[in-house]
Design a protein around this ligand. Structure first.
Ligand SMILES: [Fe+2]
Ligand SMILES: [Fe+2]
Length: 178
């Protein structure tokens, strides 16, 4: 892959990651439980780390951050504007179905995962590969956690029992949190 092409792709990742920071911060404000609020804030912090990682890579290969207009022409721009709208709607807590917002976020992670995998197939630099793998695995974990929140509510699985329990709360009381 040519450096110019890589710089363009990394810029798209950068905007995606920045969008996810904002999205998860917005979602945290609208989250229905303390568990999900804390989880979403943690996701936002991890996405901030991804932003730093991609910024670092861009600097390493001599690229620079592109402006917003170019980004908005990309498919990421389209996706993020839709996601941003969903999150804003959820913020009103009037029209939105929270599970739909969570599922939308899973789709965003899925898109990030496939994009990271696609770029990994084209890159032959160990340092770049290491960062892309680092971010990719985080995105997979995010997708699992978000999907859990969207689908597992009320189910009596071991993971559900662990994840919905408030600190210090007995296991059988946990369902009241959701
Ligand atoms: Fe990310
Ligand atoms: Fe993510």
């Amino acid at each position: 892959m040519k450096t110019r092409e890589l710089i363009n792709q990394l810029n798209e990742f950068l905007f995606l990651e920045q969008g996810q920071v904002a999205l998860y911060q917005m979602m945290a404000r609208a989250a229905p439980t303390r568990h999900q609020r804390q989880g979403l804030l943690r996701l936002a912090a991890i996405e901030e780390e991804h932003v730093r990682n991609i910024n670092g890579l861009l600097l390493t290969i001599g690229g620079k951050v592109q402006g917003l207009p170019e980004f908005m022409e990309s498919q990421w721009g389209y996706w993020l504007s839709r996601m941003g709208l969903s999150a804003l709607i959820s913020g009103t807590r009037i029209l939105a179905n929270w599970e739909t917002v969570l599922r939308g976020a899973v789709l965003g992670e899925e898109k990030a995962i496939s994009s990271y995998r696609q770029l990994l197939r084209q890159v032959r630099d160990r340092e770049i590969e290491a960062i892309l793998w680092f971010n990719l695995i985080d995105e997979e974990l995010h997708a699992c956690w978000l999907e859990f929140c969207a689908t597992q509510r009320g189910k009596k699985t071991i993971v559900a029992n662990i994840m919905v329990r408030e600190p210090g709360q007995p296991a059988r009381e946990a369902e009241k949190n959701e």
